[in-house]
Design a protein around this ligand. Sequence first.
Ligand code: FAD
Length: 346
Amino acid sequence: MAPRFAQGLLLSALFSLLTACHDAETRQQIDIEGKTMGTFYSVKVSGATTPDPHQLQQEIDALLEQANDDISTYRKTSVLSRFNQYRGTEPQPIAQGMADIILQAQRIGRDTDGAMNITVGPLVNLWGFGPEKQPINIPTQDQIERARQQVGLQHLKLISDNRGEWLQKDLPDLYVDLSTMGEGYGVDLLVNMMMRKGITNYLISVGGAVSSRGVNGQGRPWRVAIQKPTDQENAVQALVGLQGYSISTAGSYRNYFEQGGLRYSHVLDPATGRPINHKLVSATVIATTALEADGWDTGLMVLGTEKALKLAEKKGLAVYLITKTDQGFTAVMTPQFKAFLAPDQH
Ligand code: FAD
């Protein structure tokens, strides 16, 4: 499958040309781009000195390759695929990183009453959004019901002991799909790499998950744009500054298929077993880690505007929701999100 463009978020490099440079210090900036997880990544680093880009890219690729080997359902031999193929119920060893993703997914799953559900794999595959091919026919209610019986966070147990981390299922056909949090996980891996290297000016994206800190090569704070929910690549809805936080957008407007005049989104509602069918077209979340932002955006997307906003307010989340109306689109944000808007956006 061809790599997709980052959904929902545009990098600030697009806008730096529009703004005057006001930092006299001579800075360098390196831009690295590559492919991973069926999408693109981008790493920009700036400073008085910058690392060797070739060497940095090799380290980035090695980290992201390891992530794919751990959690990709698109690789038959990944740790996760082997867990999914395993038909027994004994605990299976997993890496610490994968355990971190699952722990976070379980928390968000509970908080969203199962709307964000990493055991949704059988439904994802049934609807043709996973590694298997697109369906020629829409699944029957009977097929959906059968797949739903294989879904449920209660069937998945994370075990941590002095020998390491383990994952256990009590349904042999349980299929864990970490696609919804993989990009955020990838961003966090790269952010941690920057921290280890003492790099404090960076802008990192993997697909629709982004994190940034410090300033760009012109000495200006990085800005990230939330994209308008249209098929147009670069239409800007709002600009934010992250300063060490991470942002992620889930949307129903890019990854879908159409049949019989209807659109079927790749975001599925585990309660119905069907693609979401409401007016919320994108949910953007800013959080301390990209993993957290990437998990919440899908959960909120499933819930729809009203429930998502209510939950975001209750949990104090920084959230920006775009909803389709008869007149076009309308946006609503929590006060926590407003604090991240670029100064000219308030
Ligand atoms: P998000 O909204 O973040 O997530 C949507 C995805 O999550 C759906 O596609 C589905 O898989 C799952 N999902 C749907 N409903 C729910 C729900 N209610 N709760 C939880 N999850 C749900 N794609 C390729 O085409 N080729 C590849 O080689 C490839 N490799 C990948 C490797 C890794 C490690 C990962 C993590 C993903 C890979 N992908 C690949 C998938 C890909 O890029 C996904 O489309 C992407 O991760 C989904 O993210 P998103 O931001 O588009 O959507």
